[in-house]
Structure formats: C-alpha cells, structure tokens
Design a protein around this ligand. Sequence first.
Ligand SMILES: Nc1ncnc2c1ncn2[C@@H]1O[C@H](COP(=O)(O)OP(=O)(O)O)[C@@H](O)[C@H]1O
Ligand SMILES: [Mg+2]
Length: 756
Amino acid sequence: MSLPPLMSSAKPKALAGDNLPLFTPTQRIELEGYSRKARSNGSSSTLAELLRRVEEAQVGDEAPSTPSSHVLQMTSLASSSVSAPAAYPFALSFKNLTYSVNVPRKLSFSSLLGREKSSDGAGLPGRAGTKVLLNDISGEAREGEIMAVLGASGSGKSTLIDALADRISKESLGGAIMLNGEVLESRLLKVISAYVMQDDLLFPMLTVEETLMFSAEFRLPRSLSKSRKKARVQVLIDQLGLRNAAGTVIGDEGHRGVSGGERRRVSIGIDIIHDPIILFLDEPTSGLDSTSAFMVVKVLQRIAQSGSIVVMSIHQPSYRIMSLLDRLIFLSRGNTVFNGSPADLPKFFAEFGHPIPEHENRTEFVLDLIRELEETPGGTKSIVEFNKSWEAKQQSLGLRNGDITWTGPKPSLKDAISASVSRGKLVSGGSAGDSNQVVLVPTFANPFWMEMLVISKRSMTNSRRMPELFGIRFGAVMVTGIILATMFRHLDNSPKGVQERLGFFAFAMSTTFYTCAEAIPVFLQDRYIFMRETAYNAYRRYSYVLAHAIISVPSLVILSLAFAATTFWPVGLAGGFSGFMFFFYAVFAAFWAGSSFVTFLSGVVSHVMLGFTIVVAILAYFLLFSGFFISRNRIPPYWIWFHYLSLVKYPYESVLQNEFDDPAKCFVRGVQMFDNTPLAVVPEALKLRMLKNMGSTLGMNLTGSTCVTTGVDILRTQGITDISKWDCLWITIAWGFFFRVLFYFTLLYGSKNKRK
Ligand SMILES: Nc1ncnc2c1ncn2[C@@H]1O[C@H](COP(=O)(O)OP(=O)(O)O)[C@@H](O)[C@H]1O
Ligand SMILES: [Mg+2]
C-alpha cells in the first residue's frame, strides 16, 4: 500500500516542526459532572474530589461562577510540558516483573518412560511444565518520553506490554508496577491509561472524522458539549496528521479506504480521544511502510510531549525511528539484554566486547547479536549478566538519566494526576469504585441510553453505507419466498394438499432461521470492536446488547413482511387478512428468535466457518425434532426434551394452527379416504360402494362428500395439541429474548481481555 505523494513528502516535515496543543490555549472544559460527583460523596481521597479541588483553585482566580457550572481554564499543554516540563513528571517504574505460564506436558514416548528433560529447551530457568515469559524485568518509563520494548518475535514484548497495562492477572505476575513510587491500582490505571491493540478494528464504512467523533461521544462525558467534542476531534485529527484523510472512509477488503498508516493512526486516535496519561501500544508500526511507521512514531512522540508516558513494543525500528525513542529495553526470551537510552548503546556493546561497527544500523546489529548468542550453548546468559552489572554501575555512578529530579516536594500520585487533569489531561471521567475504593469516579462517561443511542447511530451509519449486506439477506429471503410460492402454488384441500401444506410450513419456518446465519460474519466483526471498546470502558455491555437487538428489529420486520407477502396468497393459505397477519407475526417471531440465536452463537464461537457449521448443524436438528418428520406423540421419550428445545417447533406449530384451526373446513371427504392407500387405483364407483358398506358396518351414513377429516383432526394427528397458537408465538419471541440474555452473559464472561 503506498501513500499518496502529498502524505509521504510534505506532511512529515509539517508535522515534525509543530507542537499542537491538545486543546487550544483559550479553550475551556466544563467539569460540572465532576463537581456534582465530588459533592455527593464525602470521601476526600477520590479523584473526583481532587478534581474539585483543582477546579476551585482555578475558579478562585477567575470571575465568580455558579457552583453548578464550574469552568476550568485549560492551559496550553504544548507550552506547559514541552518548553517548560511539568513540575512533577510521571514515571511508571516496574521492578522484577516475572511471569510464567504452565505449558501442558506433551505426552511423548520419553515422558512415558520417565526420561523427560527438565527444561523445555528454551534455555530458561523453570520447572518442567512451566515456561518463563518474563524473567525479572525492571525499568522505568517517564512522561514526555517514548519507552520502546525491542526484541525478536517471541522474545516477550507483547507479554511485557500486557504486564504493564494490567492485562495479566495480578496473581500470576510477580514484581511491582508503580507510578510515581506508588503502587498502581488497576482501577486507577484503567482510568488514566489506554491500550492500543495490534489490529485495526474499525467500522469500515465510517469516515476517519466520524470514527473519531463516535469515539468522542463514547469516551467524553456528557457534560462536555457537542461543540467541545467536535473541537477535540479536530485537534486530534491535526495531531495525528490525518487532515487530508478526515473525510475518507476507513474501508475494508471490498472498499477502497484510507492507507494502512492512516488506519493505524485512527486506531491510536480512538484510544487517546480522552487524552490518557499512559499509553500502551503493541507493535504500532508493524505492517507499515517506513514512512508511515515513522509518522506513527512521530505522532506518539508528540503525544508523549503533551504530558503522557508512551510505552510501545516495536519489532525492528528504522534509523529515523530510533532517533525518536528515548528509552530502550531489548528482550531475549523474557530476559533484559539492554535497558537504557539509545545513546548508551555503542558504549554498552563496546564494553561488552562487541562494539557496534561505525556504519551499521544499531538495532539490527543488536538483534543479530542476540540471535547469535541465543544459538550458542550458554545462551544470552553472558549479556544478561553483563547488563545487570552495567545497570548497577550506571546507577551507582549516577549516570542514569532516569533518576527524577523533583522540583520541590514530591507530590502524591493523586495530586500529580489532578494537576495533570488541570492541564487538560483525561478529558473523560474515570473508573467506578465500590464504597471502599480509593478512586471514586464514574466508570462510564455517559448514561446507558446515551450509549445505546450512539451505538445504534454508528451501526446504522455503517450499514447504510453497506446496503449490500441487507440486500443479500433480502435477496435470499425473496428468492426462497418466490421458489416456495411457485412450488406450492394454489394448494388444494385434498389429503395430498395437506401433506404439501405441512411441508411448506416446515420448510418456510426453517429457512427463516437459515437466512439469519448470513449475519454471522458481520456479528463476528462487530464483536472484536466491542471487545476493544469495552476493555477500556467505552460503554456498558448491556447498552451494546440492547442497541444491537433494537436496531435489528426494523430489518427483520421488512424481511418477514416480504416473505409473508410473497408466499401467503400464492400458496393459498387459510384465514384471509387476519390469517395473513398472524402468518406475518409468526415469520417475524421466527426471524427474531433466529437472529438472536445466531447473535448468541457469534458471541460463543470465534471463527466464521465454525459459526456456520454449528448453526447449520443445530438448525438441522431443530428441524428434525420440530414435529414435522416425527410427530410429538411418536418421538421416543428420551428425545422429547430436544423437541421442546427445538426453536423450529414453536413457529411451525403456530402457523399450522393458524392454517388448520377452522373446524368447519374439511380436508378429507368421502372417497378421498382412499387416496394415499393401495385402494386409490380402484374405480370411483367401487370406492363409493365400499364407503357405503363401511358406513353400514359402522352404523353411519358415509357418502362421497361426507367430511371424514377436519383441520382439527390434522392438528391432532400431528400431535399439535399442547400449546395454543398465540402461546407458540409468544414462546418463540421469548426464545429470542432468552438468547439475547445469553449473548449478554457470553460477552460478560467471554471478553475478559486478561491473561491468566
Ligand atoms: N499462554 C502461553 N503459553 C505458552 N507460551 C506462551 C504463552 N503466551 C505466550 N507464550 C510464548 O511467550 C513468548 C513471548 O510471547 P510474546 O510476548 O507474544 O512475544 P513477542 O510479542 O515478543 O513476539 C513466545 O515464545 C510465545 O510463544
Ligand atoms: Mg507481540
């Protein structure tokens, strides 16, 4: 993917020079929400409380304002943090991080003989069955700087970033992570940090500007007016260097969209919309050409300089990117090989006895050296040990520029955060707390109905621009409807007609479910975006589930109306207009239950093909047990439970009752009794004689036109006697709700986003 010439040549220069503030110097942010929260809880140690204090200090300098609408004067971040560094820079330090996982023992021949080797061969200390992914890693990342984690693939870069970003459960992670010397609670970290995933999960048909605007609507508090959010998005677009692409759609395989580098910057943008204090990124540059990669890191440098800590992993930085990095950690199989500034690299390796040649790319040299050492019998042990002593020496000499020189007394972490907020950081609120939590700020920026509104709006905007998605479903339903209408045209009320009617209903009700399966890929794509967004509290999970359900209804109404209208009259179904309406309701209920079922499945399975396979198999079983192939009273007792679980049973029975519940309607008359029997070929006159004889035997008058089977009889022989047609309809709809609830729980427990 190549960048347009404008982006690759002119833009980096323009970007390199300026230092755009996140907010323009005169911009004000209203923090009414905070002040109200602060008043309602009396605790003095909450972030909200701190915010209020900041606020009051600020307000004191200004004209008096009403307590309900405090206004915070935002200073320019660029001037406060770049030209004159913040008085108390943030420092994220981590000590002796250790993390290992249990590797399931392979059942090999040697292990059966008890001759298993005690190590997995990775050259790491560890018991048999455990693999050390991080081994005693220490370091520090500071505000205004980019800390880069480097190493070959598999060296533990992602693991280290996950550990720092609190994506590894506390029990299994050894060591300590501290911000400004205070232990960092995960709740607080969630508020002040952001994690940018390796993949770009974005809605393909939204423009760059819209994507960022939706993110602003999710993440920024409602107390911030729409124009403020718009202003924030505009500032961010400039900061990310996306001005030229602002109106372009993101795009996907089928639609031309923004370039890969731009897409990556949008991904970063949606996570930093609330201006976090700490930003974690896992390989933000991989898959990009060198210019795009440089631009991404340049953007990160600018974010760092606006008062943030940026921690990222990078596979192999170019020379130009290296010049933007302030601090490096080289990893090899979970061990630190080098930890220091890029300027220290030549000295370090010279002292280690492997000086870096004059004109060689330093990172390439180091990575090659590490790989060479890894292949030697001693592994990287020598350099790991050397690094330990080197770091200790640097520290004792006071040469490490990592030591913080505080100007004035060192403030508490809370004060530092609150001071940072007053400079414009953390536009959004924070994380919720139980009553005993230290930090008490709202978990979500907006109430749930707002979230639902924004989710629905975004989803509708996206699908409106991809009309083919709905078009395909509509086409499939119409084609099925037309085929059925022409196949089963004008069914009569003979015994054969009854059989055909039963077949029509069974097929019609199961195809509604099958056409729902087409939505699986869309749901799966949505789900990854959902996981990314809920991981950092963009919105509540149930808002998503509700919005998802509500926006599906209009399209389901259209689909069921189209299907009912194309089949009801051509097939010649009973009941007139009211019969049609009920048929429509039943089809709608089936669509609703089917789409809920498929939605639920898409929350359980993670792969498209697996999803299709499971849906098709389960729907086939539903049809098998629906009562069409074997009526309820003939299903073996040990399978009867599945009959009641069958989603097809309920809509199928409801439409059958709608069709056959007229007791005055006759389906088998006199001589028609002999249809479907060996006597069907007997001449008509003979049949009439046999009827007469049978009548006299039974003691009743049987003629050629006597009704022997009514619709009610058919229902009885089909075993459809247990539930009324309206109850069937309600049960079908209830199934739909049931699967939506299940969907909620799969999202709740299935997207924990944390390693064990
Ligand atoms: N759950 C796990 N079980 C076993 N090995 C794992 C597990 N997770 C990661 N690893 C291994 O840990 C090493 C480091 O992984 P990772 O941090 O993703 O590397 P990087 O990001 O540097 O490419 C790899 O060798 C990987 O195979
Ligand atoms: Mg990785």
